[in-house]
Design a protein around this ligand. Structure first.
Ligand code: HEM
Ligand code: MTE
Length: 467
């Protein structure tokens, strides 16, 4: 019997396109699945996400693969084994402040490695109403702290003359457990479309800086009440500080108005669970703030301290970032103090299928995507055009429940429509309407801003039609 051929991870990685052939690994086995890609019941584009690497992280998301007939199919394509030293991950360098960052899911499209910023690919983004934890978009400004749940304490500064609290995880579990499904969106979602129009400063997010989870934790209003805080007539803000910090010791920070924090209907959480699991490290283990309907930047992760102050947080991310400006403002003229910090986000929608540049079959086309609005405003309609916005059809919204004034989570939608006869290409467009009848602007130009935030123009995808 012949001994199996031995390959390194490096070699496997170099086989990730049809030109070089498509290899994947499972355990220590190496497979050439080039001939199977077009036969994959889940579609070629999903299989291609694993090209050149291990299948395990993807199959962990889709349990359909835990069946013997799937293993048998794969077995036909075996070409060899991984070299023994490649079965264990290579050790990390210790001088690097990011060396202790967690291992991430390979499906994530990485926009920056240090700090880690990544989004799920559009093929997977709307595959599930609830985004699986391993592919939830990640937006870090600093290295991920490694916190011990036993010694973790949340410092809650008391009111003047009152008492401060130091809460352990067990203390937080004693508050009534509150659970809600909330979509988190970064202010920079879809920034790359603004960049295409005119350069901006910021990470190149595509349409995936948005994800949805079922969160559980203590309500912020309950914790504030226990510390003796009350709603006051004068302006006040709840300031949050993360336990992640830069080499100078500056921590991530942000704030929200006290009125929102104290409003039980606003459902602001100190979350310790995400989709039934302890928070993953990238998403704030052991405790993060979840502020439904509000921009991601205020959902402070690795929460270490909260206090009530007469002014907004002095953090860079509250005062010198995450604000919107006129297209006429540039880096020489910008006055950050002149604009309010972003809190509730405007109405948003995007197409996740088909992808820009793809070729679709003639006959019928399926268009899929997401829609969401800030402030608990429900999405009431999504319109889709196949001709660049000349004519429109109404998409079908998914069945998920939307509570009035508390529609914290996105709606997935789809439209199945005949491809107009003789068309060689389609300019697919989507736009959403929320229950205040807010709509999305049709182009980027009038909402362009130097930081590339609040990018919510009609989403456009250009596809070819198979002859
Ligand atoms: C479905 C095989 C890679 C996502 C399936 C099925 C098979 C299969 C046989 C049908 C299972 C059934 O219904 O009984 C394979 C093989 C792969 C591979 C041999 C690698 C060579 C992947 C990857 C992903 C993926 C990398 C994802 C990111 C899916 C999905 C379905 C599916 C979502 C379900 C489709 C549906 O519900 O209609 N796969 N798969 N697969 N696969 Fe894969
Ligand atoms: N909290 C801390 N402590 N540090 C951070 O870098 N990033 C913020 C927010 N909370 C951040 C943070 C930003 S800008 C966003 S969009 C969300 O976390 C992203 O949350 P996620 O990584 O769980 O998706």
């Amino acid at each position: 019997q012949e001994s199996p051929r031995i390959y390194t991870r490096e070699e496997v990685r170099s086989h990730s396109s049809p030109e070089t052939r498509i290899w994947v690994t499972l355990g220590s086995e190496v497979f050439d699945v080039t001939e199977f890609v077009d036969l994959h019941p889940g579609g070629p584009s999903k299989l291609m996400l694993a090209a050149g690497g291990p299948l395990e992280p993807f199959w962990a998301l889709y349990a359909v693969h835990n069946q013997s007939h799937v293993r048998e199919i794969l077995a036909q394509y075996k070409i060899g084994e991984l070299s023994p030293e490649d079965k264990v991950p290579s050790t990390l360098k210790t001088s690097d402040p990011y060396a202790d960052d967690p291992i991430r899911h390979p499906a994530l499209k990485v926009n920056s490695q240090r700090p880690f910023n990544a989004e799920p690919p559009s093929e997977l983004l709307t595959e599930n109403y609830i985004t699986p934890n391993p592919i939830f978009f990640t937006r870090n400004h600093l290295p991920v702290p490694n916190l011990d749940p036993e010694t973790y304490r949340l410092h809650v500064v008391g009111p003047p003359g009152g008492q401060s609290l130091s809460l352990s995880l067990d203390d937080l579990y004693q508050f009534p457990k509150h659970e809600i499904t909330v979509t988190l969106q970064c202010a920079g979602n879809r920034r790359s479309e603004m960049t295409q129009f005119k350069e901006v400063r910021g990470l190149e997010w595509s349409t995936g800086a948005i994800s949805t989870a079922h969160w559980a934790g203590a309500r912020l209003c309950d914790v504030l009440a226990q510390a003796g805080h009350q709603l006051c007539e004068t302006e006040a803000h709840v300031c949050f500080e993360g336990l992640d910090s830069d080499p100078t010791g500056t921590a991530y920070g942000a704030s929200i108005p006290l009125a929102r924090a104290m409003d039980p209907e606003a459902e602001v959480l100190l979350a310790y669970e995400m989709n039934g699991q302890p928070l993953p490290r990238d998403h704030g283990f052991p405790v993060r703030v979840v502020v439904p309907g509000v921009v991601g930047a205020r959902h402070v992760k690795w929460l270490g301290k909260l206090s009530v102050e007469p002014e907004e947080s002095y953090s860079h991310w509250q005062r010198r970032d995450y604000k919107g400006f006129s297209p006429s403002v540039d880096w020489d003229t910008v006055d950050f103090d002149s604009a309010p910090s972003i809190q509730e986000l405007p109405v948003q929608s995007a197409i996740t299928e088909p992808k820009d540049g793809e070729t679709v079959e003639s006959g019928e086309v399926t268009v899929k995507g997401y829609a969401w609005s800030g402030g608990g405003r429900a999405v009431i309609r999504v319109d889709v055009s196949l001709d660049g916005g000349l004519t429109w059809q109404v998409a079908e919204l998914d069945e998920e429940e939307q509570r009035p004034r508390k529609a914290w989570a996105w709606r997935l939608w789809q439209l199945q429509a005949p491809v107009p006869a003789g068309k060689k290409e389609l300019n697919i467009v989507c736009k959403a309407v929320d229950d205040s009848y807010n709509v999305q602007p049709d182009t980027v130009a009038p909402i362009w801003n130097l930081r590339g935030v609040l990018s919510n123009a009609w989403h456009r995808v250009h596809v070819h039609v198979h002859a």
